[in-house]
Design a protein around this ligand. Sequence first.
Ligand code: ADP
Ligand code: 5GP
Length: 217
Amino acid sequence: MSGSGSRSKTSSDLDAWLTAGHRPFVVVISGPSGVGKSSFVKQLLAAGLNLEYSVSATTRARRPHETDGRDYVFLSRDEFKRRIDAGEFVEWAEVHGELYGTLRTETERRLDAGKNVLLDIDVQGGRTVRKAYPDGVFIFVLPPTLASLEERLRGRGTDPDERIRLRLENARREIALVSEYDYAVVNDDLEEALEQVASIIVAESCRAKRRLPMLST
Ligand code: ADP
Ligand code: 5GP
């Protein structure tokens, strides 16, 4: 009797482990401004990948279609610096002359709730996040050509000429760092690129190393 009792306990432990699924992870998306990251993010979040978005803080001005707390947490420079000093950021960086940062609460509370977390951050931020979350998945989005990148920046209509020039200059430097990433996806046709990113996330969630350690029997 005791033998069958201990066998059934072992089976239920194993069943609990089998149903626990994978340990949640962070997915970092980087790529030059205008390559289509925000367009990606919106659709990826709707794709049923157990993904939630980490809302960054920034000192840059809100664009007309953006909502405070949903697209970014918009802060003054003083408030941003206060939060740096208070240790509230996993990482922060100056990008195109403004401050941007990942709030620790955004990533931790989502991972604790078993959700994968999507971060749209620049290459400097990606480096720091890799140190904080070494088992994260790092995806770089490339434009089909530099000319199409410029066209998208102009077409978006959110930046004056001088800001577009700065973003294009920075794009060359950022693209040169693609080899620091695990995956490089070209956003030519948006649907195709989204399918590739979704496949990467699904495959990564199936990695054996992401299972919780099995209880010894
Ligand atoms: P990012 O977040 O990387 O700065 P956005 O998502 O704002 O870029 O995209 C910049 C512009 O390019 C937007 O107007 C968007 O609609 C457009 N765009 C995104 N992906 C594509 C694509 N595959 N083909 C053509 N235009 C695109
Ligand atoms: P935008 O102003 O176009 O929304 O973003 C400009 C750049 O800032 C993009 O490359 C974007 O990925 C990056 N960015 C957005 N949020 C963060 C963040 O929290 N940290 C870092 N390091 N970069 C960010």
